[in-house]
Design a protein around this ligand. Structure first.
Ligand code: MF3
Ligand code: CO
Length: 260
């Protein structure tokens, strides 16, 4: 039995199944992102996602999770994460984040990306680009022998190297993942480096920076799901599931990334 704070260590066969789940997530996110344009509702995106996950023979992990009513989260503009798909219509200039999870044979994949709707301002595109770059830095820090907090330190340093003073959300964090979507450890998006458990091969983490154009402070809407910025500033969210391997970080939710 896995202790409450113990980090699950996967065999390479189990990681291979997580890769299958990760590929379902990656393919689904690509399909959904391709469907994003002004006039589309977030519910339409959810239908595309659920079809994609199920036709791959996988199960949507979000649907029914603590009562969550959809297969993806779609968070528009000042919504940071956990926006519920519904009648909301996408508008030119919006930035939306799409978060998706799938299960194959009991093993999970989880990823998110931010997508511009039509033409977004340079400021908003840069916000998304910086958040993705911060995610990349966090993923690159997920190596055998590193400390857990080296990941958050890498994320933070990319964001703090920018001329704009962005908010880095700290109330929500990344997480361990494997036989469940959310497992120990928490994976914060800030440092300092050099703290926490040492990373070993067989761990898998979902790294997911949430960055805003303004305040890092967030509120929960009355639907008890949607997380919004306290100052209504626009937010971006990028996420990948990564396995720590002797050969380096393996981004399981990215297409076209060789097997190991
Ligand atoms: N995938 C989200 C995360 O990154 C969790 C979504 S909660 C759900 O941790 F209820 F929508 F599933
Ligand atoms: Co996640």
């Amino acid at each position: 039995m896995l202790g409450r704070n113990k980090i699950e260590i996967k065999t390479s066969d189990q990681i291979a199944v997580m890769r299958e789940a990760g590929l379902v997530v990656a393919q689904t996110l690509q399909l959904v992102a391709d469907a994003v344009k002004p006039g589309v509702t977030t519910k339409q995106l959810d239908v595309i996602a659920e079809d994609s996950i199920r036709s791959a023979g996988a199960t949507p992990s979000f649907l029914g999770y603590h009562g969550y009513p959809a297969s993806i989260c779609v968070s528009i503009n000042s919504e940071v994460v956990h926006g519920i798909p519904g009648p909301a219509v996408l508008d030119d200039g919006d930035l939306i984040s799409i978060d998706c999870g799938a299960i194959v044979d009991g093993w999970h994949g989880d990823a998110a990306l931010s997508v511009p709707v039509g033409n977004v301002s340079a400021e908003v595109q840069t916000l998304s680009d910086v958040t993705e770059k911060a995610l990349r830095a966090g993923l690159a820090a997920a190596v055998v022998g590193a400390k857990l907090s080296d990941i958050g330190a890498a994320v933070e340093s990319v964001v703090r190297a920018q001329p704009h003073h962005y908010g880095i959300v700290v109330d929500y964090v990344g997480h361990g993942i494997g036989s469940a979507m959310h497992m120990p450890p928490n994976v914060p998006n800030i440092g300092p480096a050099g703290k926490g458990p040492t990373l070993v091969a067989g761990m898998a983490l979902a790294i997911e920076p949430m960055v805003t154009l303004g305040s890092a402070e967030v509120d929960l809407l009355s639907d008890d799901w949607t997380v919004v910025t306290a100052d209504d500033s626009i937010a971006a969210h990028w996420e990948h599931t990564v396995a720590i391997t002797e050969q380096g970080p393996w981004i399981l939710t990215e297409l076209g990334n060789a097997t190991r």
